[in-house]
Design a protein around this ligand. Sequence first.
Ligand SMILES: [Cu+2]
Length: 155
Amino acid sequence: MLKIILFTCITFALSSSICFAEKPHGPKPEVIEITVGSKDGGMQFSPDELTFERGKYYKLVISNPSQDDHYFTSDAFSTHIFTRKVEVMGTGGKTIAEIHGAINDMELKPGAKLEWYFYPMTKGKNLKLFCHKKGHEAAGMIGKINIVGPLSFSK
Ligand SMILES: [Cu+2]
C-alpha cells in the first residue's frame, strides 16, 4: 500500500514538474528595445520614436547604459495600453521584481533594465515620451509613441 502511495506521489511530482517546465510562459511577445541616455552622457531616447500595432503582444526592453538617472515617462501611453507586467531585471539577467497595474512613470538608475509586457489597445499618434529629470527634456530627452492599425489579437 505504502509503495503505491509513494509511486503515485513520485509520478505526480514528476509529471507536474514536467508539465510546469513545459508550460508556456504566456504568448510570445515581439521584442522592442529602447535606451534612456547613452554611455557617453547623451541626453536622448534611442530610438526616439516607437510605433506599436494594436492588439499585438509586446515586450519593451528599456535600459539605461548611462551614468545618470533617467525617467521613461509617458502619461498618454499608459491610457492606450493594457500592461501585463513590468519585470525588473537584476544583475545576470534574472527578474528580481514584477510590477503590475497601469504604469506611466519609471526611473531607471545607471545600468538598470526593465522589461515591459503589454498590449496596445487604442490608437495614438505622437504620444509624448520624456524624461522629467531636471533639464533633461530641454536637453533632448523627448520622444514620441504611436499606436496604429486595427485591433486584432495575436496568438
Ligand atoms: Cu533623463
